[in-house]
Design a protein. Structure first.
Length: 269
């Protein structure tokens, strides 16, 4: 408590220490009180209010923020006013999809490469078959012919297992499933076939790396939802703190009949 006392000319009781409102024009109010042998005036700052009179800022709703985070991580944080946190999720999301585009493009280019290799070095005349066909092209030296490294021989083994003792049914099975015409192939050399296999495997690896981006994107959304929940709790605590009573500043001024004046300044912490 800080007190100041000095000699001053007596002033009317109805208007003690008139200069003080000029010093604190927007924060002080004048009230009347009585004391023994003195007429006292009381000035109080706006913070001198009963607890709970100040309205706390209402925390922003997180329902939409959670939905925004599921759609695009970072937008939930941005809707709550946390731009710095939002920027981090935006950058992560951008890197994830940049990674997807890179590997998807790489897989597509390498797919074009191994199809071209099969056309140039194995006599393949198609370019839009499914993945199982291109797998067979790399697995067998030729589509037809005798020998364990041809697809026709593999088909005959399957036919004998399916139709034992029925050569006609076996031949029909082979004829039905054997690639012919533009789908037939025969590699010029083993090294060229191995190069095809390596290129195709590289393409498959690139496609798999692109698929991991979907997992990373899902994880980024989960983290953003969790982050929004944490920010909601933090904002709620801050809002409660704003609603707590502030330290009060009180000022008293009084003048007695003898002409002495007193100024008392009190601040509660």
């Amino acid at each position: 408590m800080l007190a100041w006392a000095g000699s001053a000319a007596a002033t009317p009781a109805a208007d003690p220490w008139a200069p003080l409102p000029a010093i604190y024009p927007d924060g002080l109010a004048l009230g009347e009180s009585s004391g023994e042998g003195m007429s006292a005036g009381r000035f109080a700052s706006k913070s001198d209010e009963s607890p709970g009179t100040e309205t706390a800022s209402k925390p922003k709703s997180t329902k939409k923020a959670l939905l925004y985070s599921l759609l695009l991580p970072g937008t939930g944080e941005l809707s709550l006013g946390h731009k710095g946190r939002a920027t981090g999720f935006f950058i992560a999301e951008g890197l994830i999809w940049a990674n997807f585009i890179y590997w998807a493009r790489a897989g597509n280019l390498r797919e074009d490469d191994y199809i071209e290799q099969a056309q140039l070095n194995a006599g393949v005349g198609v370019d839009n078959e499914d993945d199982s066909y291109w797998s067979l092209v790399g697995q067998y030296r030729a589509s037809s012919g005798d020998g364990p490294d041809t697809y026709e021989e593999e088909l005959r083994v399957e036919a004998r297992d399916l139709y034992p003792g029925d050569p006609a049914a076996q031949d029909a099975y082979v004829t039905e499933n054997l690639p012919v015409g533009s789908e037939a192939w025969s590699w010029i050399s083993a090294p060229l076939q191995e190069s095809y296999v390596d290129t195709r495997q590289s393409s498959q690896t690139a496609y798999n790396n692109a698929k991991y981006s979907f997992l990373a994107a899902a994880l980024n959304r989960v983290l953003s939802v969790i982050d929004v929940q944490l920010l909601r709790h933090k904002d709620a605590k801050n809002a409660q703190a704003l609603g707590a009573p502030n330290s009060a500043l009180q000022i008293w001024a009084a003048a007695g009949p003898d002409g002495n004046g007193q100024l008392v300044i009190q601040r509660r912490f």
